[in-house]
Design a binder for this molecule. Structure first.
Ligand SMILES: [Zn+2]
Ligand SMILES: [Zn+2]
Length: 423
């Protein structure tokens, strides 16, 4: 990371602490971070346009290859079942789990496909220098899809599902599985190849900055706010859209904490049925056994799959509870003048933001098993009533983490400094 002390060429507002920062001249491979909260403001990716185009088009191609062939197959006492990747969603649809089917198909196929197609199209236009205002709107939409793509989480779900039934039946992967693995790798490469600062520059240039803007000073104190998407400085009053990317401006306001609280409360309430009700029902040689999340973890541990049991325990129990508690605590401290430096809180906020999606593993495990394990009375799996509230907890807490405004933590710090100075 490059320090920001070199002569600033362009000013940005840190989206996590509202400090106005002058961006240094960056060479390919270098990055710039906020000197106050260490948030990465820019990462200069070498040959970003070519890289994104190559990875995104290859990823789209792999996704197409992953669709038609066998994804996984299952055999028990001569009864065979094969599924394609999309059947993990369509079988839920037949089990009358419409919402869950929608979540699965959007997270693993539709959103990644739209993201890749959108990114390819935008970068193609950038490469041919044919950009217009419509491409800017499309770029905003595409960037918003990013946290909701969960193909990588799904892949871990596949491995967990396989280890759950490997001892009872023969499981094999088909060509679509391997294509899907390559697709996930290429999708991740596409995401890391995007240089968002360059992207917005290519789409909208560098509009003129508000007058008298000073680096190293809080934006709020200068009557400025930062765009949450492209970090461009915008006058806090009289301008409701970013002149660079067109995103609606959001001023840091403690009122938003109420919304986060409401989401957290809903998540906490739904977590009870998610834990108490069975997430899936297993029929084995005619006998039906309902299984809760905790029951599933204990079963895995007893049957010798201890590492998998630990993964599910962390993803389904530790992460959701830790997230509810951490966000609740952050909402509480953001309202108060505090003596603690916000460093620890901001780190906690970033972790909460980053890990939330991994709780979806169990949802995908149920989707995969319910699609694949269909051998009538010999062995079959169907989703239980607990899986929908569980998926809702994961999604609601993800939205709560996005709603939470980290800038409030730094405002709380300022208040406490002011109170101390007055005293
Ligand atoms: Zn910062
Ligand atoms: Zn913007």
């Amino acid at each position: 990371m490059t320090s920001v002390s070199r002569r600033p060429r362009r000013l940005r507002v840190c989206p996590e602490c509202e400090l106005v920062v002058g961006l240094p001249r960056l060479r390919p491979g270098e990055g710039a971070e906020c000197p106050r909260c260490r948030h990465t403001l820019v990462r200069r990716v070498p040959d970003s346009v070519q890289q994104v185009l190559a990875y995104a088009s290859a990823a789209l191609l792999m996704l197409l290859f992953a669709l038609p062939f066998t994804f996984a197959s299952f055999e028990i006492q001569g009864v065979q079942q094969q599924i394609a990747v999309a059947e993990t969603a369509s079988m839920l649809f037949y089990d009358s789990e419409l919402l869950l089917a929608l979540v699965v198909v959007l997270a693993i196929l539709v959103f990644p496909a739209l993201f890749l197609a959108g990114v390819s199209f935008i970068y193609m236009k950038i490469a041919f220098r044919e950009v217009n205002a419509w491409h800017r709107s499309l770029a905003r939409l595409v960037m918003r899809l990013h946290p909701w793509m969960m193909a990588d989480v799904f892949l871990i779900g596949v491995l967990v599902s396989m280890s759950k039934v490997a001892s009872m039946a023969d499981i094999a992967f088909g060509p679509s599985f391997w294509a899907f693995c390559i697709f996930v790798g290429l999708l991740l490469k596409t995401v890391t190849s995007i240089d968002s600062d360059r992207l917005w520059f290519a789409l909208a240039g560098e509009p003129s900055l508000p007058a008298h803007l000073q680096a190293g000073v809080n934006a709020g104190e200068q009557g400025i706010t930062g765009c949450e998407l492209c970090t461009f400085p915008i006058p806090a009053a009289g301008q409701d859209k970013c002149p660079r990317c067109g995103e609606h401006t959001r001023l840091p306001a403690t009122a938003t904490l109420e919304r986060t609280w409401a989401l957290l409360l809903t998540g906490a309430v739904l977590y009870v049925p998610a834990m108490v009700l069975p997430i899936m029902n297993t029929v084995s040689f005619g006998a039906t056994t309902p299984q809760t999340i905790i029951g599933g973890i204990l079963h895995l541990a007893e049957t010798g799959s201890l590492p998998i049991a630990v993964i599910i325990f962390v993803a389904s129990i530790v992460i959701p509870i830790a997230k509810l508690l951490a966000l609740g605590w952050l909402c509480w401290v953001a309202r108060r003048a505090q003596t603690l430096k916000p460093g620890i809180q901001i780190r906690l906020y970033r972790i909460t933001h980053f890990i939330g999606r991994w709780s979806m593993i169990d949802v995908f495990v149920v989707a995969i098993l319910a699609a694949l394990i269909q051998a009538g009375v010999l062995m079959s799996v169907s989703p239980g009533p607990g899986i929908l509230p569980f998926a809702a907890v994961v999604i609601i807490t993800m939205i709560a983490a996005m709603q939470f405004d980290a800038r409030l933590l730094w405002m709380a710090e300022k208040q406490s400094t002011a109170t101390a100075e007055q005293g």
